[in-house]
Write a protein that binds this ligand. Structure first.
Ligand code: NAI
Length: 257
């Protein structure tokens, strides 16, 4: 058995991933705003600090993996909360956990990004400089000043930066012996998606997002890929983004990959 730290394990993809990893015999230490071993709010610097401290206390016997699922959707207001949870709530935890993971057994980590990470190019991501500078207030100010499109920008911009942050860590983490990958789900039937569909501004465009497979994913279908990436079967997979979207990315961008 190994110990895996997870954020966002209370519902949706995180809950399904927790179930899959527990079925594979792993012990999970979950971080969430509810129903978790560590209750913490990842939208604030103080909450993230407390989450990291509590996790390290609970991992006295070591940490072998991390799966960072916590995230907020386009419809959440203020939009700055989306940039805080989706980017800082993942990257700060990753960096804090690396020294512990490095000592773990066959260590690996997976970060949940999104197909939306490719909706914006890094060199045209208006949030790139603020994220790279670790300037949470500036990231929030940019998205909150973007009017109606603030939610879209917060979501796609934070997921784009999250995938970039993982890719930029590939050498450090590789040398430390810890595999690090992202998954990029498309529309998946979770409370986050349901809330987006009900949103008067974004609901219609989310509903139009129908993939070639003709249906949305079940959370368990994303969890299965995460469980594979966390397993020894994925021992040479590092720095990769696994797109799990029923074909929507290939449909929209057939020549870009
Ligand atoms: P969800 O809403 O079911 O799960 C999100 C989890 O994050 C919940 O357990 C929630 O309590 C936790 N969380 C939210 N705010 C938090 C905070 N401030 N502090 C600590 N925990 C917090 O949503 P879902 O869909 O399972 O999302 C999981 C991840 O998958 C997210 O990062 C999301 O962006 C990503 N994703 C989801 C897609 C979808 O269509 N459902 C598509 C692409 C990516």
């Amino acid at each position: 058995m190994s110990t895996i730290v997870m954020s966002g394990c209370a519902t949706g993809i995180g809950a399904a991933t927790r179930k899959a990893l527990e079925a594979a015999g792993h012990k999970i230490i979950g971080i969430d705003i509810r129903d978790a071993e560590v209750i913490a709010d990842l939208s604030t610097a103080q909450g993230r600090k407390q989450a990291i401290a509590d996790v390290l206390l609970q991992c006295s016997e070591g940490m072998d993996g991390a799966v960072l699922c916590a995230g907020l959707g386009v419809q959440v207001k203020p939009a700055g909360k989306v940039t805080s949870v989706n980017y800082f709530g993942a990257v700060e935890l990753l960096d804090a956990f690396l020294p512990e993971l490095q000592k773990g057994h066959r260590p690996a980590a997976v970060v949940i990004s999104s197909v939306a990470s490719a909706h914006l190019a890094w060199d045209r991501n208006p949030l790139a400089a603020a994220f790279e500078a670790g300037d949470e207030a500036q990231a929030a100010a940019i998205v909150e000043g973007a009017g109606d499109q603030g939610g879209n920008l917060a979501y796609a911009g934070s997921k784009n930066a999250l995938t970039v942050a993982v890719r930029k860590r590939v050498e450090t983490w590789g040398k430390a012996g810890v595999r690090l990958n992202t998954v990029a789900p498309g529309a998946t039937d979770t409370p986050l998606l349901q809330a987006g569909l009900k949103d008067p501004l974004y609901g219609e465009s989310i509903a139009r997002f129908v993939p070639p497979l003709g249906r949305r994913a079940e959370p368990s279908e994303i969890a299965a890929v995460i469980a594979f990436l966390m397993s020894p079967a994925a021992s040479y997979v590092h720095g990769a983004q696994f797109v799990i979207d029923g074909g929507i990315d290939a449909l929209m961008r057939p020549t870009a990959f």
